[in-house]
Write a protein that binds this ligand. Sequence first.
Ligand code: AP5
Ligand code: MG
Length: 230
Amino acid sequence: MRLILLGPPGAGKGTQARILTDKYGIPHIAAGDLFRDNIKNGTPLGKKVESILKAGTLVPDEITINMIADRLDQPDCKNGFILDGFPRNVAQAEALEKMLKAKGIKLDAVVQMAVKDAELIERISGRFTCGACGEGYHDKFKKPHDPHACDKCGAKDDFVRRPDDNAATVKTRLDTYHTQTAPILPFYESRGILKTVNGMAPMNEVTNQILAALEPKKSPDRHPAPKKGG
Ligand code: AP5
Ligand code: MG
């Protein structure tokens, strides 16, 4: 399965990708997570992009495309991958198409997660993650069972909030999505692989909608069963 999850900030791309990665046994490649890892580790790439993530604008295409190309070259991507947050503009979508063509592979689907802007702000402002394993939580929609420990890995008092999850940066991220990322929807529609799910539904319903959208279409039965009694 080679899949892109596409949607505005807070649409639930990371939430659903973590579920799908377990189900399909393929890696979850999140451009934002790769940048944040580089920032955390103080790499030259991290130093270059830190202020850009803080501002909520896009990292230059050359840096982003090279980073994703390197990641897709890793052996764990051989049987598939889930891309989250890449591509984010038409130039990146074209670069990805070229990259995959050179490898002789094709995308199976691009899933658009549609959510209204007002809901996104509530989601982003309540979000936090486990600093140890990256599991995502929300103050209202997904609380850990024990407020001091991660449900998934058990890490104690290690929850973190993203520095770009503040009102001003969220507004910039939303504007960036509408002006630069949304124009790639027609790009994938024209290739016949765009599927849209209602990202406003509860998390497990969104998962079910994505799984249904990914099911191969049944071809029409060319030999219908004969009618009874005739
Ligand atoms: P990135 O990390 O990709 O951030 P984003 O696109 O703004 O998306 P988020 O991670 O905020 O949201 P999400 O859709 O993953 O939502 P989540 O599942 O957490 O990018 C960060 C920055 O990196 C960018 O601003 C840019 O600077 C740079 N960058 C990244 N990619 C780039 C690229 N390709 N080119 C250039 N620059 C790039 O869910 C949000 C919350 O809602 C959670 O708390 C969750 O629990 C809750 N939630 C999820 N689903 C539901 C539901 N169905 N109902 C209720 N609550 C829900
Ligand atoms: Mg995310």
